[in-house]
Write a protein that binds this ligand. Sequence first.
Ligand SMILES: Nc1ncnc2c1ncn2[C@@H]1O[C@H](COP(=O)(O)OP(=O)(O)OP(=O)(O)O)[C@@H](O)[C@H]1O
Length: 252
Amino acid sequence: MTGLELSHLTVRRGACPVVDDVTARLSPGDCVGLVGPNGAGKTTLMRAALGLLPHKGTSSLARLPAPERARTAAWLPQTREIAWPVSVETLVALGRTPHLGPGQRPGPADRAAVDAAMARLELGGFATRCATELSGGEQARVLIARALAQEAPVLMADEPIAGLDPAHQFTTMALFARLAAEGRLVMVSLHDLGLAVRFCTRLLLMHRGRLVADGPPRAVLSEANLAEVFGLRAYLAETPDGPVFQPLEVVR
Ligand SMILES: Nc1ncnc2c1ncn2[C@@H]1O[C@H](COP(=O)(O)OP(=O)(O)OP(=O)(O)O)[C@@H](O)[C@H]1O
């Protein structure tokens, strides 16, 4: 089973470390929420972990040869750019590229993976629509489907629910939690701490490039961490409907 091991991962921009000596071992089955204020280093950490940025220290993913890495990790970047006016189905099928040899055409297994990914994102009715003509939130769901079609054991997503309507934010996080429960490692950065505490099995809290807390969501979102890192006082309680989180005031 594939996890992710980061050891003393450090990324410098000029003299300044924007990811500073991060060590963590993430396992299959974990739905890891990467949280922290704007500029904390979340995107930089994920890109370095994927081997997309020069770094010091090590990442087990970054060390893989590129073709193997593409079959191991699916990456949903924050910028959702769809470059060509292709159909939704065609775009989602691009997720199968790492599984195809040179010149090889997609087969029944590829077709099944594409159909399953589209069904999971409720995109059945969009198959023949032009991807560039969809709304921003619809495009986000198409790109998530492309990542799922890749059927990689590791899924890393940078703010995948930003810009989605509340119901789709909820269903997308529920889907990520299910994918993790099925045995994948899911790592997702997000600013919605309510959805993070509800759906993530573990939170990594970043502040000024450093990993300042790592553990169960309720423990990481302690009163002290919320005040120190986010400058917030918040209501966080277990209810019969699950955990509920609501910021109450800014305390800095
Ligand atoms: N190409 C770059 N050159 C210089 N500094 C950069 C570059 N990219 C990011 N940074 C800086 O690195 C720091 C971390 O940025 P990063 O995008 O990783 O933060 P983040 O936690 O993902 O933030 P957000 O929640 O706003 O997306 C920020 O201070 C940012 O300004």
